[in-house]
Write a protein that binds this ligand. Structure first.
Ligand code: SF4
Ligand code: SF4
Length: 338
């Protein structure tokens, strides 16, 4: 099978986007060389990684609450895993050993925060599907950051896609993700994971371990009342529906103006960012100045620029919006029979 046949198969199975990264490149460019997340650490004979993307339905980001996005996240992840599983299974039946990566796992031998065996964001970028945003989510031109990704490790040698060199993120002059972040976790093409986890993993691992440590230290009466606390309900709900364990905060995804889904359905409801403060505006301004003055910025250094887009921002979102508006007008004319 060649790359195009594999991609057609993925699309037929329901993948929204699909790209291919070479295992050799991924082994040569781990996101953090000190703690390498590489295919060779999982499978020495891996030749290619097929990256499958599912978008999160945009309607949920129009809702007043976070719950619709949290629920859809789980459904999207399940669907994506099913598509990837079927794709890997088909490849194996045709004689090419292949399996889906454990996308939401943490390797405790590496960093103490959540840090998987492979970074799916980096897989997507190496497979030519997008580039990093200011908040280091992958931004796909089609759906911005409103996506989930997974990778299939295969021993089949496939032609890899070329990574994008044009920066998809508008960058410092946009900074809408920074303005929207309730815990001010967005850095200069970086993220403060601990701050983000406060909102994005309300009932995540750290909350659970802190809760059980306090529970063990408590007296009999405290234990009795703790068992009926909101935290316990949160953990229960997390076990049932993943809600609260990760991806709990949709704010930086909802406000990002990349993608036709944003132009069509979010530009109106997400135009105003209520979380925007003068402090956050000053922070964005300092990022802009730092980049303009060529200051040293960790997220944009010689190693990391690869995933941000070495050619810088060249107006992809403006071009996309113009094309989108033109297509809308053409449709209107068609409807009116002109
Ligand atoms: S909101 Fe703006 S700055 Fe943030 S990732 Fe999206 S395009 Fe980039
Ligand atoms: S997920 Fe929420 S808390 Fe985390 S960076 Fe985005 S807006 Fe901030």
């Amino acid at each position: 099978m060649d790359s195009e046949q594999v991609k057609d198969l993925a699309r037929d199975l329901g993948a929204d986007l699909v790209g291919i990264a070479s295992a050799k490149t991924l082994n040569a460019f781990p996101p953090d060389p000190q703690w390498p997340q590489t295919p060779e650490k999982i499978l020495k004979t891996c030749k290619s990684v097929i990256v499958v993307v599912q978008h999160i339905p945009v309607a949920a980001f129009r809702a007043k609450q976070n719950i619709p996005v949290q629920y859809l996240d789980m459904l999207v992840l399940r669907r994506m895993d099913r598509i990837a599983y079927k794709l890997a299974d088909t490849l194996e039946r045709r004689g090419y050993p292949s399996f889906v990566t454990a996308a939401q796992e943490t390797d405790w031998h590496m960093k103490s925060a959540s840090y998987g065996y492979l970074s799916t964001r980096h897989l997507g970028i190496e497979a030519g599907l997008g580039t990093f945003g200011l908040e280091v989510n992958i931004l796909t031109p089609e759906f911005g950051p409103r996506v989930y990704l997974t990778g299939i490790l295969t021993e089949l040698e496939l032609e890899a896609d070329a990574p994008m060199t044009e920066q998809v993120c508008i960058g410092e002059s946009c900074s809408r993700c920074l303005y929207s972040c309730p815990t001010d976790a967005v850095e200069h093409f970086g993220i403060n994971k601990r701050n983000c986890a406060v909102e994005a993993q309300e009932f995540g691992f750290m909350t659970a371990t802190n809760y059980f440590r306090d529970f063990c230290d408590g007296n009999k009466d405290k234990k009795k009342s703790d068992l009926k606390s909101r935290d316990v309900f949160g953990f229960w709900q997390g076990l049932l529906r993943v809600v609260g364990s990760f991806g709990d905060c949709p704010r930086c995804l909802a406000v990002c103006p990349v993608g036709n889904d944003y132009h069509a359905f979010l530009a109106g409801p997400q135009k105003i960012i209520p979380e925007k403060t003068s402090e956050k505006m000053a922070k964005a301004k300092s990022f802009k100045e730092a980049r303009k003055n060529g200051e040293s910025i960790a997220g944009l250094d010689d190693w990391n620029i690869r995933w941000v887009g070495s050619d810088g921002y060249q107006g992809i979102v403006a071009r996309q919006m113009q094309e989108f508006k033109k297509a809308q007008k053409d449709k209107e004319r068609e409807r009116e029979g002109k």
